[in-house]
Design a binder for this molecule. Sequence first.
Ligand SMILES: [Zn+2]
Length: 431
Amino acid sequence: MAGELNSTAENAALAPDPGAPQGCGPLRPSGDSPVPLRQSLFESVRAYGAMPRVELARHLGVSPASVTSVTTDLIAAGFLHEIAATPRDGETGRGRPPVALAVRPGAGHVVGVKFSTVGNSAVIHDFAGNPLAEISQGVGALVQSPEAICRQAAQLIDMALEKSGLERSDICAVGVGLPGYIDSDLGIVLWSPLTSDTNVPLCAMIRDHLGIPVVIENDTNILTLAELWFGDGRDVSNFAVITIEHGVGMGLVLNNRLYRGARGLGTELGHTKVQLDGALCRCGQRGCLEAYVADYALVREASTALNWHPDVASMSQVLEKLYDHAKGGNRAARSIFRRAGRYLAVGIGNVVNLFDPELILLSGERLRYDYLYADEVMAELNNVWIQVDRAAPRVEIHAWGDMIWARGAAALALSHATSDMLGAGAPVAAQ
Ligand SMILES: [Zn+2]
């Protein structure tokens, strides 16, 4: 990623439809939440922005008396408050003014942090999901010790806190996203390009450093959470996010929930095989999708076909040069992108054939290279995915900046903190 904020594109992409709910968080269907009523009620209010009690009862499929009882507790504990509801069409202004419930934004605050090989960022959100302050910075060394990563996390968080006027003691959870294989449940970094150490208990290390609960997650998964909480995935039950950057990543939401797999590996689309005995992948195996689509694959092709010999440090310049050549009509450069696009179509088609999602979101820095999703590439999907008498999955392009990843990490922290405070066994303590 370029490390520059692309706020305009982010804001445009995140702007809700005029008719869509104004809150944040997945719009889960009622009855699909194995959590206590107080948690599912709170999460419904946050997802829809504001909701009258009677609608909450209908949405959750419980009695109005149950809603009244639970909301009384949540208001007393400082999680919810009453606001004036917008009168619906046909309602007169007589009688008691309509009241809706909304999340009290100051009920808690979380921080989302995103680490990458080119830049780090952090964002603070209140408990209603509103972003309050954000910060980003470049990185010094590419590979660091786990202790250095902890110090950087603390530094970033303190900078964001200073900007927001909050203190560490105001933060109830920190979400951290980073590239690599992450066991989110156990808080362990199995492998990451950010450090040469393996099996690092990074979650506990950062928690001990900050004195705040921490949850960690793979970076593509936090981008997927950003789509689920703030983006186009909010009202979609089954969708996939495919990222094309230095590698090819994928996040998958099935039945409104992020799919993490048994070992925390989730979905490694980049290392699914598209060619027997094919091109060498950076994972050491052959024929992986990313060995045909990722930036190093394009640069490798360029060095062979165009006799360019770049060093690794200038990879992005080589890609820009290759793209310029393709735009200028250079046949070899065009065919390199075209071939990568065709392999990408095979990868997307395989995802559709395996999971049948409603929506595929293509995201990442490489999506600036429009050859990867040219009309002929998208048309090729029809030769790859199964054709039935139903609408084909939508494929959308999101070329977002860095901050959306940090917002996904904040969503992870919000989810974690909400479960801690309102989940099974948690006392509904006064705030
Ligand atoms: Zn591979």
